[in-house]
Design a protein around this ligand. Structure first.
Ligand code: KIV
Length: 278
């Protein structure tokens, strides 16, 4: 049976009906399949891939080519979920024209349905151009990891009046520019609630309370696959790193003890052919 693809119209409808929007990251074919088959609405191919897949200590080094390669794999694994491709650092800041071309690559070459980019008032012009090119855009406010060197570390954003007021204005400006949703990362619960009530497009929270219209987390965090730092807002639903480490250790021991491969893992041949080989 052909599955209905999640669209921006469905995201809008879910907000209007108060039905939570589910979002998870994925970066490759098998994970995309798991997430899609679980019925998650949106798969975000986040530039968090730089940390959890490529082993960088920030998202800054991630390139357009890195992203396109992984978005293609995710698109091959997902039938129902909307695929949102994260625009990496410096793929949309230098010029509006370059931003539109890069956003377009995610749809034309990779098969994504939308893109995400970080920032408020400073990216409104770029958002408008990309949206005018027919590409749905998801915004991203609060803790924006591509600006980590400006923000001075991974901290909750919007605790003081100035930053909180700017975030509200940024959310409205992004809505006005045409985004279909906005990620709110590491935002105090009351501010996330206020923004969610102030704009007509869906807010997707990560460390931003249940008051958002939807939630997103990094899949490696919920599965316990990333041995590095785990933020307070993450709930770990499995510990696959520990399970994988135990499995690999057992494999090593069995190979060393000649317990693997066992007869059921081996191929035979006819006695007749075998005799001719001696
Ligand atoms: O890159 C990413 O995975 C993200 C989410 C954490 C929102 O931007």
């Amino acid at each position: 049976m052909k599955q209905e693809k999640i669209t921006t119209a469905i995201v809008k409808q879910k907000k209007a009906e108060g039905r939570p929007i589910t979002v998870l990251t994925a970066y490759d074919f098998p994970m995309a399949k798991i997430v899609d088959e679980a019925g998650i609405d949106i798969i975000l191919v986040g530039d968090s891939m730089g940390n959890v897949v490529l082993g960088y200590d920030s998202t800054i080094p991630v390139t357009m080519d890195d992203m396109v390669h992984h978005v293609k794999a995710v698109c091959r694994g997902a039938r129902r979920a909307m695929i949102v491709a994260d625009m990496p650092f410096l793929s949309y800041q230098a010029s509006e024209e370059e931003a539109v071309r890069n956003a377009g690559r995610f749809l034309k070459e990779a098969g994504a349905q939308a893109v995400k980019l970080e920032g408020g008032a400073e990216v409104v012009g770029v958002v408008r151009k990309i949206v005018n090119a027919g590409i749905p855009v998801m915004g991203h406010l609060g803790l924006t990891p591509q600006s980590i060197n400006q923000l001075g570390g991974f901290k909750v954003q919007g605790k003081d009046e100035r930053v909180a007021k700017k975030m509200i204005a940024d959310a409205k400006a992004l809505e006005e520019a045409g985004v279909f949703s906005v990620v709110l990362e590491c935002v105090p619960a009351p501010l996330a609630k206020l923004i969610t009530e102030s704009i007509g497009v869906a807010t997707i929270g990560i460390g931003a309370s249940p008051y958002c219209d939807g939630q997103v987390l990094v899949i490696h965090d919920i599965l316990g696959l990333y041995p590095g730092f785990t933020p307070k807002f993450v709930k770990q639903y499995a510990n696959l790193h520990e399970q994988a480490a135990a499995a690999v250790k057992q494999y090593k021991e069995e190979v060393e003890a000649r317990a693997f491969p066992a007869p059921e893992h081996c191929f035979g041949m006819s006695e007749e052919v075998l005799e001719k080989l001696y």
